[in-house]
Ligand binder design. Structure first.
Ligand SMILES: Cc1ncc(COP(=O)(O)O)c(C=O)c1O
Length: 391
């Protein structure tokens, strides 16, 4: 048989999904595993959104959507949402495409701007899928390592140090998975400054936008002066509305780039699911109180976990500003993050994601998801207290 694709074989499998699968398999085999490795909210999708999908199916929204890039009420609802929440003005007719999940929107964004050999900067610790996506789109991923000692702060100097004539774009996740950091005004200014001086595109992943704590606000990069023309904004319903399984996201940005992204969407996946688009209209235009309720729960879980974990000798965790992950370290242990994650699973039945999955600057950490019921988190802390000395 002839050789398979070298490009695709060079891509690692997603470690987060692998750890999650392992935890689920152990659970299915009867082991009492507390699964803190995934990124799936434990809440149910709000009832009015489910109802809208049911109605859409019953009313015949079971065919291809028209237009394929998204039904008009949804394109308009996204444009209204972006204006209202993000201060970004987009033309719903030309500047947005609806995708099956934010992940595909990220890939479309990269595919639309990258030529072979272009370098794309990403901030490390990085969400696991960015480097493989850059590679698959024909680019070269370049890590900007943010030091844990400086609470993963983004500075213009760190970004500038990685710029070469081949640098094409920078990917930013705000709030960050896995660090839970929310970009400050100074960090935003640094990104804007470097992107402008080096003439870079910015891919701004705002999937955790609604999950910011302690009354903080989220600031979109495309809303900063001069940035709309070079920024591609990715968002979706997965995290804010507890709709991971619905696969609904979008990509918004300048019409010339969206033209390519829409063409690629139509020649690959064709579209997101039609009735899901109707549900998305209900999500974006209906009552928003469920978002605040979920955010407040995540914040309460964060408060509990940060306090309880820091009371355990051998565990150190920073409070987080957004998203739903904690990124503890185990300062008395000489194990690396893979060994730590193994030991946590074996000794305490806790499934977390090894920090190295998020790049070298995640080493020494393990990521715990707090998108898990409080009762499970309480059990996790009890178990952690028992094994921390032996990690
Ligand atoms: C930073 C980040 N971006 C994008 C996604 C993917 O979102 P979706 O499920 O809508 O494809 C995730 C999911 O974990 C994520 O953590």
């Amino acid at each position: 048989m002839k050789e398979l694709s070298q490009l695709v074989s060079s891509i690692p499998a997603s470690v987060t999904l692998a750890v999650n699968d392992k935890a689920k398999a152990l659970q299915a085999a009867g082991h009492d595993v507390i699964a803190l490795a995934g990124g799936d909210p434990d809440f149910d999708t709000p009832a009015h959104i489910i109802e809208a999908a049911m109605n859409a199916i019953n009313n015949g929204a079971t065919h291809y959507p028209a237009p394929m890039k998204g039904i008009n009420p949804l394109l308009e609802a996204i444009a209204d949402k972006m204006k209202r929440d993000n201060g970004i003005a987009i033309n719903p007719k030309t500047d947005v495409v609806v995708t099956p999940g934010a992940k595909w929107a990220l890939f479309l964004a990269l595919a639309a701007i990258i030529n072979p050999g272009d370098e794309v900067l990403y901030l490390e610790p990085v969400w696991v899928s960015y480097p493989p996506m850059i590679t698959l789109a024909g680019g070269s991923p370049v890590a900007v390592s943010l030091p844990s000692e400086d609470n993963f702060r983004i500075t213009a100097d760190l970004l500038r140090a990685k710029i070469t004539p081949k640098t094409k774009a920078i990917m930013v996740t705000n709030p960050s998975n896995p660090t839970g950091r929310v970009v400050t005004q100074a960090e935003l200014d640094a990104i804007v400054e470097v992107a402008t001086e080096a003439d870079l595109y910015v891919v701004s992943d705002e999937i955790y936008e609604k999950l910011v704590f302690d009354g903080r606000s989220h600031h979109s990069i495309a809303a900063a002066p001069g940035m709309a023309e070079r920024t591609l904004t990715v968002n979706g319903l997965s995290k804010s509305y507890a709709m991971t399984g619905w696969r609904l996201g979008w990509l918004a940005g300048p019409a010339n780039i969206l033209k390519s992204a829409i063409r690629m969407n139509s020649q690959t996946v064709s579209s997101a699911a039609t009735f899901t688009m109707h549900a998305a209209v209900a999500a974006l235009t209906g009552p928003q109180d469920a978002i605040a309720e979920m955010r407040d729960s995540y914040q309460a879980r964060r408060d509990f976990m940060v306090k309880a974990m820091n009371e355990i000798d051998g565990v150190s965790v920073r409070s987080v500003e957004g998203a739903f992950y904690l990124f503890p370290r185990f300062p008395n242990s000489d194990k690396n993050s893979l060994q730590l994650a193994e030991a946590l699973l074996e000794k305490a039945g806790i499934a977390g994601t090894p920090g190295i999955a998020f790049g070298q600057s995640g080493e020494g950490h393990v990521r715990f998801s707090i998108a898990t019921a409080m009762s499970e988190l309480e059990r996790a802390v009890e178990r952690l207290a028992k094994v921390a000395g032996a990690l």
